[in-house]
Write a protein that binds this ligand. Structure first.
Ligand code: TYM
Length: 340
C-alpha cells in the first residue's frame, strides 16, 4: 500500500481541505500496515499555474507544512515534502505529456472553472496541470490517493494516462506495465464541503470572502462569528433527511456537524429537528471550536520554528527523491530515451 496526496500551499488550510482530505491522510497514516508508506506533499509547482506572489508562496509552503503537522501528519512516519525539492515530478510530467491527449485535458472542469471567460489568457501550466498531478502519484506507484470529490476527475485522468502508457510502452520484460493505477479515496461523509455564504459553491481558498470558509487558523471568536453569520433560510431544521432537499445551506451545516461529531447526518436531525438556527448554530460553533482548538494551538507553536520546518521538508524530499528514482528510470527506458 502506497498512499500519496498533495495540497496547494496557497492560502490557509480550511475546513473543506481538512474534512475532505487531510483527516483521511492522518487516518491512513495511523492505520498503515507494515511495509506500506505515505507520501504527502505541498504542491508548490501547481501553485505557479495561477498569478502568484513569490514571497507569499515561500511563506505559504512553510505554513502549510506546519498546518499538516498540526493536523497529525507525523514526519517520522510519513514522507512530507514540497514538490520543488523533488525535480522528478517535473521530469515525469514532461514524459507523460507525450501520452496525455488534448481531448482529455479539454474535458477537465477545473481548468474551465479557473480560466473562466479568459481561456486565451490562462497559463499553459493551468491547462497541463492535471498531467503534473498524474506524475505526482504515478512517480511513486501510488495505490491510494485520499482527496475531496473535486479532485476525482484529475485522478481518473491519471489512471487513463497510466493505462495508455502501459498499453503503448510495456516491454517484454515489463508486461504488467510501468505504472500502478491509483485509486481515489473520497470520504462519503465530507466529499464536498460548501461555502458558508453559498450552499452551491464549494468552500475554497480562493473565495474572496473570508466569511465563506473556516480556516484552521481561526480562533474561537472568529469561528463563532463566521458560523453565526453563515447564510441559512428561515425554516427550522427538518427531522428527516428528505427535508434538506433544496436547502443547500442547511444541508451543508448539518453535514459539517456530522463530520466533526463523527455521526450520521440523520442522527443530527434526530437531535435538532424542529429547532431553529438560533439553537443549532451555537452548537455547531462549539463542536468546531472543540475540534480545531488543539490543531490551532499546535500550529502556532510550529510556525514559530521555521528552521525545524525547513529541516522536515528537506528530509522528506531526500526520501522522496530516492523513492522516485526507479520509476523515472523505467519510464525513460520504456520510451527509448538514452541517458548515457
Ligand atoms: P487543493 O489544494 O485545492 O485541496 C487539497 C485537498 O482538499 C480537498 N478539498 C475539499 N474537500 C472537500 N470539500 C471542499 N470544499 C474541498 N476543497 C478542497 C481537495 O479535494 C484536495 O484533496 N490539485 C490538488 C493538489 C494536488 C494533488 C496532487 C492531490 C496536486 N497533485 C496529487 C492529490 C494527488 C489541489 O489543488 O488540491
Amino acid at each position: 500500500m502506497r498512499v500519496v496526496s498533495g495540497i496547494q500551499p496557497t492560502g490557509n488550510l480550511h475546513l473543506g481541505n481538512y474534512l475532505g482530505a487531510i483527516r483521511n491522510w492522518v487516518r491512513m497514516q495511523d492505520d498503515m500496515p507494515e511495509g506500506g508508506q505515505c507520501l504527502f506533499f505541498l504542491a508548490d509547482l501547481h501553485a505557479i499555474s495561477m498569478p502568484h506572489d513569490p514571497a507569499a508562496l515561500r511563506n505559504g509552503t512553510r505554513e502549510m507544512a506546519a498546518a499538516l503537522v498540526a493536523c497529525g501528519i507525523d514526519p517520522a512516519r510519513s514522507i512530507l515534502f514540497n514538490q520543488a525539492q523533488v525535480p522528478q515530478h517535473a521530469e515525469l510530467q514532461w514524459l507523460l505529456t507525450g501520452t496525455a491527449r488534448m481531448g482529455w485535458l479539454n474535458r477537465m472542469t477545473q481548468f474551465k472553472d479557473k480560466s473562466g471567460k479568459n481561456r486565451e489568457g490562462a497559463s499553459v501550466a493551468l491547462f497541463t496541470y492535471p498531467v503534473l498531478q498524474a506524475a505526482d502519484v504515478l512517480l511513486y506507484q501510488a495505490t491510494h490517493v485520499p482527496v475531496g470529490e473535486d479532485q476525482k476527475q484529475h485522478l481518473e485522468l491519471a489512471r487513463d494516462i497510466a493505462q495508455k502508457f502501459n498499453n503503448d510502452f510495456a516491454g517484454e520484460s515489463d508486461e504488467s506495465g510501468v505504472f500502478t493505477l491509483p485509486e481515489p479515496i473520497v470520504p462519503p461523509e465530507a466529499a464536498r464541503i460548501m461555502s458558508l455564504r453559498d450552499g452551491n459553491a464549494k468552500m475554497s481558498k480562493s473565495d474572496p470572502s473570508e466569511m465563506a470558509r473556516i480556516d484552521l487558523t481561526d480562533d474561537a471568536d472568529t469561528i463563532t462569528r463566521k458560523v453565526r453569520k453563515a447564510r441559512t433560510d428561515a425554516e427550522p431544521l427538518p427531522s428527516e433527511m428528505a427535508g434538506l432537499d433544496e436547502r443547500a445551506e442547511a444541508r451543508n451545516l448539518v453535514t459539517i456537524y456530522a463530520a466533526l461529531a463523527a455521526c450520521e447526518p440523520a442522527e443530527v436531525l434526530r437531535q435538532y429537528g424542529g429547532q431553529g438556527f438560533g439553537t443549532f448554530k451555537p452548537a455547531l460553533a462549539e463542536v468546531m471550536v472543540d475540534h480545531l482548538a488543539p490543531i490551532n494551538a499546535r500550529f502556532r507553536q510550529l510556525t514559530g520554528d521555521g528552521e525545524a520546518l525547513d529541516a522536515i521538508l528537506a528530509r522528506g524530499a531526500a526520501r522522496a527523491r530516492e523513492l522516485a528514482q526507479p520509476t523515472l528510470a523505467r519510464t525513460y527506458a520504456a520510451l527509448g530515451l538514452m541517458r548515457g
